[in-house]
Unconditional design. Sequence first.
Length: 270
Amino acid sequence: MPERDEVPSPSGPARAWAKPLRSYRLRGRSLTPALQAAFDTLDNWAFPVTPAAAPIAPIASYHDDAISGGDWNTRAQVESAADFVDLPGLFGRDGEVAMEIGFGMAEATIEMARAQPEVDLIAVEVHRPGIASLLRGIAQWSLTNVRVAHGDAVEILTRQIAPATLGEVRVFFPDPWPKAGHHRRRLVDAEFVALVASRLHPGGRLHIATDWEHYAHAARDAIAAEASLRTLSSSASGFVERPAYRPMTRFERRGIAKGHGVWDLIAVRR
């Protein structure tokens, strides 16, 4: 039995969309009592994730205003059915809003939130231990500029973030899915970059960091293909040195000590 239903694409060949691929693997790791206690405070700091009744699929392109043929949804159709969150209402002020996707155990997230109190942060993660760790940091440092989204970042961006409202989207060390057959599960691809670009306001940034060279080059190519973005790099490689504001995590330091490379990409919304 096939995993996904096949639907016609605008160009003719069938494309599978009914059961979208996920860029993450949910793990059943249990929480320690301390982490469970922290996780139980999620409602105090939660971004109000709305469960999708059904996947928004298929989407032909985040740029198309009209698609002829098939059952394809356009960006306009998706946005008209969305439930966009009032970000100034969520944070209690009308400030710059950033989103971090996949923050792991939140070490860098907490450090950046402390260093940038003027920036309101939506921190998105699917794994409970990382969420609990961030919530513990929020309590420890009395952070008021962080809201935690326990959910799928692509669905949240699509359904709940209005166009041209974010000042930055951070994707630090996403799952590289290193096997060639798994590359299609990677978060950062041309469609994701287009979606992020549509949610950034002019001058807003997409910042990606990875320690997998192949993924770095694929992400660079996806950004280069997005006309609404320009890279900040003055190098022919397209990469930049790690900005001082992006903390180096223990994981990253261990990798560098072993000779692993790290590639940063920063693109700006035109």
